[in-house]
Design a protein around this ligand. Structure first.
Ligand code: AMP
Ligand code: ZN
Length: 114
């Protein structure tokens, strides 16, 4: 996807503060953190949103969640708890059209969201 900011981060055309990378996913610090720990996990495959997921993507999705749990522990937020968020579509508040999951922690997060 030529105009996708997250694809450009994956290709190294835009810098990021990398937290983790493997053949399927990349994790990096959110540029505008909403919590003391705010990391994004994205698939290297361009997928517009959760709503665009296909059956063939199930391995990527399960890998993202296993790594989210591992990263939460490495980032020191697992014990106190954390939140994994996906914003999907306009009403979901999605601003970058490359599916991503936010890992948020390090403070007491409120519920419900606004
Ligand atoms: P969402 O609103 O769920 O689509 O989340 C998009 C997130 O991407 C926001 O939290 C932004 O702060 C973050 N973001 C946008 N551009 C960058 C970037 N270049 N590096 C890191 N995070 C970014
Ligand atoms: Zn993309």
């Amino acid at each position: 996807m030529d105009n996708c900011i997250f694809c450009k981060i994956i290709k190294g055309e835009i810098p990021c503060k990398k937290v983790y990378e493997d053949e399927l996913i990349l994790a990096f610090e959110d540029i505008n953190p909403e919590a003391p720990v705010h990391v994004l996990i994205i698939p290297k495959k361009h997928i517009d949103s959760l709503d665009s997921l296909e059956e063939e993507d199930k391995d990527i999705l399960s890998h993202i969640f296993i790594k989210a749990k591992d990263l939460a522990r490495e980032l020191g937020i697992a014990e106190d708890g954390y939140r994994v968020v996906n914003n999907c579509g306009i009403n979901g508040g999605q601003t970058v059209l490359h599916m991503h999951f936010h890992i948020l922690g390090g403070r007491n997060l409120q519920w419900p969201p606004g």
